[in-house]
Design a protein around this ligand. Sequence first.
Ligand code: ATP
Ligand code: MG
Length: 247
Amino acid sequence: MNAMPILCVRNACRHYRSGETVVRALDGVSFDIHPGEVVGILGPSGSGKSTLLLIAGLLEPPTTGEIYIRDRLVSQPDADLDGLRDFRRTNIGFIFQKANLIPFLSAVENVALALEIDDVPARAARDYASQLLGNVDLAHRVDNLPARLSGGEQQRVAVARALANDPALILADEPTAALDSARGRQVISLFRQIADTRQAGVAVVTHDPRVQDLFDRTIELRDGRIVAENATRPGESAAADTNRNKT
Ligand SMILES: Nc1ncnc2c1ncn2[C@@H]1O[C@H](COP(=O)(O)OP(=O)(O)OP(=O)(O)O)[C@@H](O)[C@H]1O
Ligand SMILES: [Mg+2]
């Protein structure tokens, strides 16, 4: 496995002040994701999973700690993350806990938009967007507005959209929550395939026990800290351990 991690999180803390008290949503988390790895992030509600993903995706700055993406320090405490917008757009595909589709654009337009922002001509963007939707079994729904899609279909459009720019790092927050067992496995298998063929790194927050065998390893959070790390695909994650304690 490639030595340089795609994502490197070091001692990340995220504290939210609420009145007199401070919520330690993340409390000193360190982990890496290497090229070709699909990592599951587990833990009870409120344990910090979404916060971890937002910080790794440069959508929120850590209160303290560092985030490196491909060895570039991309996060300073209180940094202006707007300045990283282009970097984020070209390197990270983010799937939110809710699909967040643009309601007045059809499925294919939602996906194509991600490409057009990157200067792909409209026709080519639409063709490629249709192909991506085909990969999540939505070829028959490309012209539907989000309101005319089921929750699971919307979630799959969001997956296709996140993959449009061929990101090196894919961060997905409960992408299978609205899906039946077969579709859920299909989405994680798609991540698996992208990790294998393009050496992307993938982190997936999930409560779904039906997809956990598709992860290389899992990280379990509790109260903003990592309480367990497990290899789920024996023999494939040894290299991931070598960098874990790098500071
Ligand atoms: N913007 C915020 N302001 C204040 N507290 C917050 C904020 N965002 C999250 N928290 C708190 O931080 C903790 C972790 O929240 P987070 O959303 O990361 O949990 P989670 O593991 O994703 O939970 P779930 O499984 O329910 O989605 C929770 O106690 C939450 O209430
Ligand atoms: Mg969450």
